[in-house]
Design a protein. Sequence first.
Length: 66
Amino acid sequence: MAAKKQQEPLVIASKAKSVLKDADCNVAGDALNGLNAYVYWLLQQAAKRAKENGRKTVRSHDFILS
């Protein structure tokens, strides 16, 4: 099996860890990789929604999951 290509980080790790620490949670070594992958997915979904609505501009409501 080929190794999955590492995606460029989109999340500031120290800020994300701080939020989780404030929630009294520990952060596993792979947690931020999972968060980063989720952010990439959200961006892809928002772009898809904008295009489906005939726009090239992604707007805040393109991130709303309902």
